[in-house]
Design a binder for this molecule. Structure first.
Ligand code: BES
Ligand code: ZN
Length: 632
């Protein structure tokens, strides 16, 4: 701590008092105000970060990012301090714009590790800028450092960040709540030969080097965004254009394949713009990460981060791109104000995703996606303790819990089903018009369930429709309301017939799988009984080469059966899958399935011991829990 005067100390001590709770100001729209965010220590109504200007140098040897964050602050009259969120950061100094040191202190937090600690800074008497010199920890939860062996090229190390939900505070000292929007710019220094990419417009000067010979990359995001969308990746990264405003970044050996896999991206943007209004972010590029990336995709603005496990070779998994693109409206334009309303981001996005895919591939295809979604929703209800489980509600109360616990398929699929229910009552024309107005009216603004609903009642639904939809039950009560519209898929009905025939003893070779899409395969595999004889497992494997499937979704669905039936011929494929990629959606359920039996638990622990160091912290957190390696 900087030697502080008694007055400054008093300021800092009072800044360490817990923030008062309650809803913030209402505006003149007559809509309800926004709720307090319990997952940030910030008190934005007193002093708020409006721009973050970063100058960062990642050090791949020490796994630390060192640099400065220059924050622009606006403050209410009389506010003499600002509270930031930090976690595992070393703060070297805090100064004003002229270099005069400012008093600062790290205040004890709530005891919840995921919250980190408050950084209170005494504001300068004049000026609105504070400059923080800091360093990240090698364990920063947002940052994954990959050794060259963990990349496709095996030559250079790689680094990427993942901010959502509250991990940005582990690499950027700022106010880390989704309701506190900030513009940002960054200068990043990386070893010569590397490229740094960010979720912003590239303003780099070609070939720029700094005094120590490091390559310099510059980025600027001039739309205010929630801080969880600040993102960085660096490594041996090449680029291939797709259209005039689209392209693919990735390791040199994957960009070609990725550009062909994602060739439809321009059509997706056109479809989305037609349905939901203008794309407001300039370029839309996709960064294909090394296989350790823990998510399928992450909607970082202008630059979606994606797992390489969607490169199936036949464009069968690109609805993920439609999903991340759709967040350019639902999530990135209109953002959940707190993580209790995560469904406003994800549920809306799943609905938009299916509408985009319907434009591109037709209703038959979109209905398959919708049905798989419904299956996921039903499993999530079971996982959450059945239809009365508190976490089956769309609007959650995650106070005191890691917001990661709210990221279930309830938010995604029950959320989408809510909009499908609204659609079934008001029709597409009215719903689409409403959605366009909603995105336009609240562009670059935070949103809550209550506020969205009030706006919907003002601008879309009659009182009679409100009760017919039963919005109250959909948003605030557990379980799935009975007026959920049925999704029927002709394609899946045909698959069900084939599965029934096989279950009745028919031969695998008699199943007409020739033109099956990935989604039909997923449906078929999910329909198989939990208990299958070794001979029948072997027959399926031999006939359809399932253990060597190059499609990650098909392989995943098959490997669940491999585990359920202790089908040993599938074990090498299982081990390879668990050790060659770290996508949480795939690895966590497989370890969880294994942990159900003694033999499986042993195998899980053995594989995990080797794989754990290659996984991202978010996957590690979930699997540690599943295998009972952390106190529950
Ligand atoms: N925003 C999410 C990923 C996310 C959610 C990261 C919560 C951290 C916390 C992203 O848009 C997403 O939903 N990804 C899905 C794929 C999608 C097609 C459903 C995923 O990663 O599986
Ligand atoms: Zn999403």
């Amino acid at each position: 701590m900087v030697a502080a005067t008694a007055a400054v100390l008093l300021v800092l001590l009072s800044a360490c008092d817990p923030a008062e709770q309650g809803t913030t100001v209402t505006d003149d729209s007559g809509l309800p105000g926004l709720p307090h965010d319990t997952h940030s220590y910030a008190q934005p109504e007193k002093a708020r970060v409006t721009n973050v200007s970063l100058d960062l140098t990642p050090d791949f040897a020490t796994k630390k990012i060192t640099g400065t964050a220059r924050l622009a602050i606006t403050r209410a009259q009389g506010a003499d301090s600002v509270i930031l969120d930090t976690r595992d950061l070393t703060i070297r100094s805090v100064k004003d714009a002229t270099g005069v040191p400012l008093g600062f202190g790290l205040c004890a937090g709530t005891g919840k590790d995921f919250m980190g600690v408050r950084l209170a800074v005494a504001l300068p008497a004049t000026g609105d800028t504070i400059v923080i010199e800091y360093e990240t920890s090698p364990n920063a939860a947002a940052v994954q450092w990959l050794s060259p062996e963990q990349t496709a090229g095996r030559k250079m190390p790689f680094l990427f960040t993942q901010g959502q939900a509250i991990l940005t505070r582990t690499w950027v000292p700022t106010q880390d709540g989704p309701g506190i929007r900030q513009t940002y710019d960054a200068t990043v220094h990386v070893p010569a030969g590397m490229r740094a990419v960010m979720s912003a417009e590239n303003t780099s000067k070609d070939g720029e080097k700094d005094a120590s010979g490091l390559s310099v990359f510059r980025y600027r995001m001039s739309n205010p965004i929630p801080p969880y969308l600040i993102a960085l990746a660096a490594g041996d990264i090449a680029f291939r254009p797709i259209g005039t405003r689209t392209g693919v970044y990735g390791e040199p050996s994957v960009v070609e394949k990725a550009a062909s896999e994602f060739a439809e991206v321009d059509k997706m943007i056109e479809a989305a713009e037609k349905l939901f209004g203008p794309y407001r972010w300039g370029r839309y590029d996709i960064l294909v990460l090394p296989p350790a990336f823990p998510y399928g995709g992450m909607e970082n603005p202008t630059l979606t981060f994606a797992t390489p496990t969607i490169l199936a070779g036949d464009r069968s998994l690109v609805s993920l791109v439609a999903h991340e693109l759709a967040h350019s409206w639902s999530g990135n334009l209109v953002t959940n104000a707190t993580w209790n309303d995560f469904w406003l981001n994800e549920g809306f996005t799943v609905y938009l995703e299916s509408r985009i895919m319907e434009e591109l591939r037709g209703k038959k295809y979109a209905d398959m996606l919708r049905q798989l979604g419904r299956q996921d929703m039903n499993s999530a209800v079971t996982d959450a303790g059945g239809p009365t489980g508190a976490d089956t509600r769309l609007h959650l109360d995650l106070t005191g819990r890691d917001p990661d616990e709210g990221t279930t398929q309830i938010a995604y699929e029950k959320g989408a089903a809510f909009l499908e229910t609204v659609e079934s009552v008001v029709g597409r024309e009215r719903l689409d018009k409403f959605l366009r107005e909603y995105f336009d009216h609240f562009a670059f603004k935070p949103m809550s369930s209550e506020r969205m609903l009030a706006y919907m009642k003002q601008n879309l639904l009659t009182p009679e429709e409100v009760s017919r939809i039963n919005v109250q039950a959909w948003i605030y009560e557990p379980g799935i309301p009975s007026n959920i519209p049925a999704v029927t898929s002709e394609a899946f009905t045909a698959v069900e017939k084939q599965a029934d025939a096989w279950k009745a003893g028919g031969a695998a070779s008699a199943i007409a799988t020739k033109d099956w899409s990935t989604q039909e395969w997923q449906h078929f595999l999910r329909l198989l009984p939990d208990t299958i004889s070794q001979a029948r497992m072997a027959e399926l494997d031999r006939t359809f080469k399932l253990s060597s499937s190059g499609n990650s979704e098909v392989l995943f669905a098959w490997l669940r059966k491999v585990i359920a039936n202790r089908y040993e011929a599938g074990f090498p494929a299982l081990e390879k899958f668990l050790t060659s990629q770290g996508r949480r959606k795939f690895v966590a359920p497989l370890y969880t399935d294994l942990a159900k039996t003694d033999w499986g638990k042993k195998m899980a622990l053995d594989i995990y011991r080797r794989a754990r160091p290659t996984y991202h912290s978010v996957s590690v957190g979930t699997i540690d829990k599943a295998l009972g390696l952390t106190p529950q």
